[in-house]
Ligand binder design. Structure first.
Ligand code: FE2
Ligand code: FE2
Length: 155
């Protein structure tokens, strides 16, 4: 296999996660600022949609490209990747429920805030496990820098 110039995959994954955490905090702030209202204003909702689409894109890219690339070079990661994929499924369900409530004008900001806090907890735990368990693998992953968006999504 052709060796590529070592790309800082570990730092890149942390940077992507950090941007997603910032997007989540913006969505939380938007919901909080609408908390006194019965419904969340459309412009505040946009922060939530932006976050949902960014996290969804990141996880879909990991499932379709990043995890297979890791497994091809390090098959011993199979149990770790299986757990990470299951966590993606859990988060995808939480995001789908959240988006359904966002689309429902009867949802109160209070309800949405509860949901986004559940997403925050699951996402934080997932990022922590992903970064920790793939730490060494990311140091030796042999893939070109140009694969970055394919592997991590356009985040
Ligand atoms: Fe992930
Ligand atoms: Fe990730």
């Amino acid at each position: 296999m052709q060796r590529h110039r070592i790309f800082a995959w570990k730092r890149e994954l942390q940077a992507v996660h950090h941007r997603l955490e910032k997007a989540l905090e913006e969505a939380r702030r938007a919901i909080r600022s609408g908390e006194r209202a019965q419904r969340l204003a459309p412009e505040l909702r946009d922060f939530c949609y932006t976050f949902c689409s960014a996290l969804g894109s990141h996880h879909r890219s990991e499932d379709s490209d990043f995890f297979p690339a890791l497994l091809q070079q390090m098959p011993e990661l199979e149990p770790t990747i299986a757990r990470l994929s299951r966590e993606h499924e859990v988060l995808a369900r939480l995001l789908a429920d959240f988006q359904m409530c966002l689309d429902d004008p009867r949802s109160s900001p209070r309800q949405l805030f509860q949901q986004i806090n559940d997403i925050k907890a699951a996402m934080k735990a997932h990022f922590g496990f992903e970064e920790g368990s793939l730490n060494r693998a990311l140091d030796v992953l042999d893939a070109p820098e140009s694969d970055r968006n394919r592997m991590f999504g356009d985040v």
